[in-house]
Design a protein around this ligand. Structure first.
Ligand code: SF4
Length: 301
């Protein structure tokens, strides 16, 4: 097994380390405001899965503030002048709104010289043709990765977590994005209640064989967070969650099921610690990553 991480892929594409800057386009979410649902996905925190995103400021100010944070966190690595950054529109549903207004925000981010590309996180039911066209135009200048929150292919789980759209909607979005030349990155949550490991692997295998191909995947551990519907459900009736050993074993099995060219954007999760109810071991990301690295190295031998 050989894996290609986000960091590897960025180095291949840009010749240097690329840092993500978490930004917000000021959008909300149709699964919260009643357009396609209310209450949101049951695992999603009030920050709309963008708990680290910058507050709503003009985009250049957001980029400057996010850069200061990133440069402060990684001071000793690559000198700030030669760093490259990916503008990551992470909070809520980043394409939910007027395509022209959002396009202006995305274009402005792409026009900043140190920004080497964009990553736009959204739902597959929020990609009207005009939005796809705008993203595709920007993609001709600088790469635009479109991240889709699929989480699972199983309708029974999708209903249980109130995802708010069925699988064919994802397939249609993938087809249209791919036809427009936009690389698709898919979010998968491992550990959703009611799912067996085989069901989670089904989702990963589905993505492995997907046509048109998806370019990358984000594997995320389910974080049960305070203030979410799932947090309340868990506190009323705790459901089984992975131990660190089980989770890292499953991630290795997922990686073994994916084609070597697929970019692995994430293997754990980034839930805000202050909201984390469970699993508490996931708060020690360094330990999780160390264990995972050892298991991946063993599987690669
Ligand atoms: S996960 Fe995404 S789609 Fe679901 S409620 Fe949160 S912001 Fe909306």
């Amino acid at each position: 097994m050989k894996i290609r991480t986000f960091s590897d892929a960025m180095r291949e594409q840009f010749g240097t380390k690329v840092y993500r800057l978490s930004l917000t386009a000021g959008t909300t979410c149709p699964n919260r405001d009643g357009t396609c649902g209310t209450g949101g996905c049951t695992f999603c925190s009030a920050g709309g899965s963008g708990d680290f995103a910058a507050p709503l400021l003009p985009i250049r100010e957001q980029v400057a503030a996010a850069k200061r944070r990133v440069d402060g966190k990684f001071p000793a690595s690559i000198p700030p002048g030669s760093r490259r950054y990916l503008a990551y529109f992470q909070a809520y549903t980043s394409t939910y709104g007027d395509p022209e207004t959002l396009g202006k925000i995305f274009r402005e981010a792409a026009s900043i010289p140190e920004i080497c590309g964009l990553s736009v996180a959204t739902r597959p039911d929020c990609l009207p043709d005009r939005m796809v066209e705008i993203l595709s135009k920007i993609n001709r200048e600088k790469p635009v990765f479109v991240e889709l929150g699929l989480q699972t292919i199983h309708e029974i789980t999708a209903k249980r977590v109130n995802r708010g759209y069925p699988l064919p909607v994802f397939e249609d979005a993938c087809r249209r994005l791919s036809a427009a030349g936009l690389p698709v990155v898919v979010h998968v949550i491992l550990g959703l209640p009611g799912e067996t490991e085989e069901m989670m692997l089904d989702t990963v295998r589905y993505l492995a064989g997907h046509r048109p191909p998806v370019s990358g995947v984000k594997l995320q551990l389910l974080h049960v967070l305070r203030g979410t519907e799932m947090g309340r459900e868990y506190e009323r009736h705790p459901f089984p969650l992975f131990t660190m050993e089980e989770y890292t074993d499953l991630v290795v099995r997922c990686l073994q099921s994916l084609p070597p060219e697929m970019v692995i954007h994430r293997m754990t999760g980034d839930g805000p610690k202050r909201l984390l109810i469970a699993p508490l071991w996931s708060g020690d990301k360094k330990r999780v990553m160390n264990l995972l690295s050892r298991k991946i190295a063993a599987a690669e031998r």
